[in-house]
Design a protein around this ligand. Structure first.
Ligand SMILES: NC(=O)c1ccc[n+]([C@@H]2O[C@H](COP(=O)([O-])OP(=O)(O)OC[C@H]3O[C@@H](n4cnc5c(N)ncnc54)[C@H](OP(=O)(O)O)[C@@H]3O)[C@@H](O)[C@H]2O)c1
Length: 371
């Protein structure tokens, strides 16, 4: 199952909105016969790929290990459960039951009806299976995007030095990892100042994913970014339709009096999508989530800056925190990853639990979820 999980991750950047799935096939003596993963949305599922080069003779009495219950519905490809049920396999072990209402246990029933022994994986790495499918499981259950906060800081949690320089806090190794991380998300969300101060591209620059296309959501209540957006890198390098500017409804009147609050408006001059909402009580994240979800944006990497980070921390609106911490101290003040508005008491802190860690040469990545 561990190998199946490793394989599943290889499809990370291409399978969404489908889940990442990996599959390993052993022969009747438990020797490796085949392996595969779901490589891209619309293409063959992991089980099909794992069995692609296995002969009819070898498959007799084989054991299949797959990270997610085989599908039981006709989607872009035929149901895997029916396909597996037609084979003389001995057993199938699945990692997690598929919560998709079109499957939800039906895949297991089909296999059992065909006389295949079906087991749910109960090994030590069950937690890793949940991590693998966190965003997929989340959006199916909650019907809103999965928000991951990404923060890159010095040891003293600074995102800028005392001289105002904010770029390159982490080394290339960690930045390459950030590009890998971005490849798993439909969109990046940032505040207006991050766009204006850093003029970032916010795309995926990773040799393994040369053509990956992501969307950018900018929080800009006044919509004043529209005046200069065409000069900015993040706009220039992507289709304008992939840029969403979220603003207060009062700002939009200048651009479209006929616009309906909460629905997307394609701004004619720039081609970006404007989402006008009511900011009277602060950032309307719930309404933003509803709109993004309706657009098929199921996971969002929240990249900052400090005001944005503060909002997500104060309101506990994030689902994971990816904390890249460089082995260096910058000192200074007013350059914390979040503002001083974020305050929790010792008795009731914002308690996090560690999901995973990765050590790079000059920084560490810690992945947290709320406890
Ligand atoms: N190290 C890192 O991980 C990292 C990542 C990203 C950015 N940064 C750094 O962060 C700095 C920018 O941070 P920042 O705090 O100045 O600005 P920011 O969070 O990027 O943007 C602030 C703007 O976003 C909108 N906004 C943010 N939160 C809002 C809320 N709760 N309600 C309404 N509007 C909201 C507002 O736009 P309007 O004024 O239009 O209302 C606000 O002026 C840059 O120097 C950048 O380099 C660091």
């Amino acid at each position: 199952m561990n190998l199946a999980m490793d394989l599943a991750y290889l499809g990370a950047h291409r399978v969404s909105p489908n889940p990442m799935v990996g599959c390993v096939v052993l022969d009747k003596s438990y020797k490796l016969l085949g392996y595969g993963y779901h490589e891209r949305f619309g293409s063959a599922h992991a089980e099909k790929n794992a069995l692609a080069n296995v002969s009819k003779d070898d498959i007799k009495g084989a054991h299949v290990f797959v990270t997610l219950e085989p599908c039981a519905h006709q989607g872009k490809t035929p149901p895997c459960a029916d396909y597996l049920a037609s084979l003389p396999i001995e057993s199938l072990t699945y990692g997690l039951q598929d919560p998709n209402p079109q499957v939800a246990g039906r895949g297991i029933e089909v296999l059992k009806a065909a006389g295949i022994k079906v087991y749910e994986y109960q090994g030590q790495d069950k937690k890793r299976l949940h991590d693998l499918l966190d965003s997929f499981l989340f959006h199916l259950e909650h019907k809103r995007p999965f928000y991951v906060l990404k923060v890159a800081v010095s040891l003293d949690a600074m995102i800028r030095d005392g001289f105002g320089e904010s770029q390159w806090i982490t080394t290339e190794e960690a930045r390459t990892h950030v590009h890998f991380l971005r490849s798993r998300f439909h969109a990046v969300l940032v505040g207006k100042n991050t766009i204006l101060r850093d003029n970032p591209k916010l795309n995926v620059r990773h040799e393994d994913f040369p053509n990956h296309r992501n969307k950018v959501i900018v929080i800009n209540s006044e919509a004043d970014l529209l005046n200069k957006v065409m000069e900015l890198q993040f706009y220039k390098i992507r289709d304008p339709h992939d840029v969403y500017i979220v603003c207060d409804k009062s700002a939009l009147q200048e651009y479209a009096t006929e616009h309906i609050e909460g629905s997307l408006y394609l701004e004619k001059q720039t081609g970006v999508q404007l989402l006008a909402l009511d900011f009277a009580s602060g950032l309307p994240l719930s309404a933003i989530s509803t709109s993004l979800y309706a657009q098929g944006i199921y996971n969002v990497l929240v990249e900052g800056g400090s005001q944005i980070h503060s909002y997500f921390l104060e309101n506990q609106s994030f689902d994971r925190l990816y904390y890249y911490q460089a082995h260096k101290i910058l000192g200074g003040k007013d350059a914390l990853a979040w503002t001083s508005q974020v305050k929790f008491s010792v008795q009731e802190p914002l308690q996090l639990s560690l999901v995973n860690t990765f050590d790079f040469e000059k920084e560490k990545l810690m992945i947290f979820k709320k406890s």
